[in-house]
Ligand binder design. Structure first.
Ligand SMILES: Cc1cc2nc3c(=O)[nH]c(=O)nc-3n(C[C@H](O)[C@H](O)[C@H](O)COP(=O)(O)OP(=O)(O)OC[C@H]3O[C@@H](n4cnc5c(N)ncnc54)[C@H](O)[C@@H]3O)c2cc1C
Length: 448
């Protein structure tokens, strides 16, 4: 008893004033397994980035309040669950880091950030919630149940148990610096002001606004002098004005096991012919290159495993009806045949060689990306020049950003979710370090 009181005194006298940025002094009081820290952190945005940030801050013993504009958190996570919830990918970290693009990203930043919370850590974290994962043959990692709801439900439950207070239907209206940060929220009852020592903004991008990611934060940060690259559609379909004849034959049909090239970038996989153009992994992957092209276009190879010569040989001594023969001998899909036959200026194919050449190099002009609200994610966001390595805004010390609201982009494949978890992790640790808490502790990265 006497010893405990003595320890209490020692810890209290080491507390430093709120707002100071010592990064070294302890602001935490440890009583047995319990840790309580004297700083309060407000997290705004309850997607994967914000929830992860809340988890890290709560694990360090801080007082954590999480605010979200919607009546419940994780709505986009639930939408992602409809596709099975691709959480991450098993490829090597070296390859993984190359997936993240965006203007002026600091060199090596993703390697460092993923080292703090990488794909194995994310799988272990999910397992800690009782959600076992598996890697598909593509390398994509999913929960066994292929659902997001059980994971989200258990996660929120665990956060509440860890002391995180949830304030729903609170929409960020403004931020004001002072001795502590003052945060204004629009609520049903008017403006409510809360204060904290550090703030993590995890407000998402601009796609699927019904889930809460409306991009309404952009004007708030711009008024504060923070540069934000416009939010634009990423991982989205592209438009092509197909003829009615083409649509009658190919709408809803897949083009499988193909490669497509845009400028010098090549992607392999699948495309889907839709009413308005094309969707699918290939076009999502090539999105950043397509967006940079004055006249966006793809060059499709319908038979990447065969050379022109091999295809001609496979067709044998077919004298005419080359396309009809090639359909079975080359195993061309219905959609590929429809494209080869129905686009203006293509065919008729008067030799096996001309058909093989068209199958191997099939140019397609694209009009424009689909609108932002339909996209899987958005590119653009808070510019890298505005944040330090810990994702704190240079102009506004104590305010951190995380998740899709930062100007990075990644293709589908689990890289988006992993990026949101890893940036939420890093921003929260930055907030702890800024608040003078030894938040760099590796313990925080372990699954709770
Ligand atoms: C159809 C679809 C399928 C997807 N599938 C996958 C997938 O399988 N794998 C993958 O890796 N990624 C997938 N994604 C992308 C992934 O869901 C997002 O990248 C991720 O959810 C972004 O996380 P975040 O925490 O940055 O933001 P969000 O999840 O968008 O969360 C932002 C939160 O901030 C809140 N908010 C916004 N503005 C305010 C405000 N002013 N005040 C208060 N709160 C506010 C919102 O209500 C929301 O809860 C998919 C996306 C879509 C649309």
């Amino acid at each position: 008893m006497h010893l405990a009181a003595h320890n209490l005194f020692v810890v209290f006298v080491r507390l430093v004033p709120a707002g100071a940025n010592s990064g070294k002094s302890s602001r935490c009081l440890r009583l047995g397994a319990l840790v309580h820290c004297s700083i309060e952190i407000i997290i705004i945005g309850g997607g994967p980035a914000g929830l992860r940030a809340a988890e890290v801050a709560a694990a360090a013993g801080c007082t954590v309040a999480l605010f979200d504009a919607k009546p419940s958190v994780g709505r986009k996570l639930l939408v992602a669950g409809r596709g099975g919830l691709n959480l991450t990918h098993i490829e090597s970290r070296k390859r993984f880091v190359t997936r993240y693009t965006g203007a002026d990203q600091p060199l090596g930043w993703w390697a460092h950030t993923l080292a703090g919370f990488d794909a194995p850590a994310l799988r272990e974290w999910a397992a800690g919630l009782g959600v076992a994962t598996f890697a598909a043959t593509s390398g994509r990692v999913y929960p066994h149940e292929l659902k997001a709801a059980p994971l989200l439900r258990r996660w929120v439950h665990r956060l509440r148990a860890a002391g995180v207070r949830f304030h729903l239907r609170h929409s960020l209206a403004g931020l004001r610096p002072g001795t502590r940060w003052q945060v204004d929220f629009q609520t049903e009852g008017g403006i409510a002001t809360h204060e904290a020592d550090a703030i993590v903004l995890a407000l998402g991008g601009g796609s699927w606004p019904d889930t809460g990611s409306t991009g309404s934060w952009v004007s708030i940060l711009e008024k504060m002098g923070v540069r934000v690259a416009p939010l634009i559609a990423a991982n989205c379909g592209w438009e092509i004005s197909w003829s009615p004849a083409l649509l009658a034959r190919a709408e809803g049909q897949p083009l499988k096991n193909i490669t497509a090239t845009a400028n010098s970038a090549t992607a392999t996989g699948e495309l889907m012919v839709t009413r308005y153009g094309l969707e699918g992994g290939i076009i999502y992957q090539l999105g950043p290159v397509l967006r940079s092209m004055a006249e966006p276009a793809l060059n499709i190879d319908f038979k990447p495993a065969h050379s022109v010569e091999q295809l001609v040989r496979k067709l044998g001594n077919c004298p005419r009806n080359f396309l009809a023969e090639a359909r079975s001998r080359w195993r061309l899909s219905d959609a590929a045949v429809a494209l080869l036959e129905n686009l203006p200026g293509r065919g008729p194919y008067t030799s096996a060689l001309s058909l093989a050449a068209a199958v191997k190099t099939f140019p397609l002009k694209l009009s424009r990306p689909r609108p932002l609200n339909e996209a899987i994610s958005s590119a653009g966001g808070v510019c890298w020049s505005e944040v330090n390595d810990e994702l704190m805004l240079h102009r506004w010390p104590g305010v951190f950003v995380a998740g899709e609201m930062i100007d990075w982009d990644a293709p589908t494949g689990g890289y988006l979710m992993q990026g949101c978890f890893a940036t939420g992790n890093r921003a929260a640790r930055g907030a702890l370090a800024w608040g003078g808490i030894a938040g760099g502790s590796a313990k925080i990265d372990q699954p709770a």
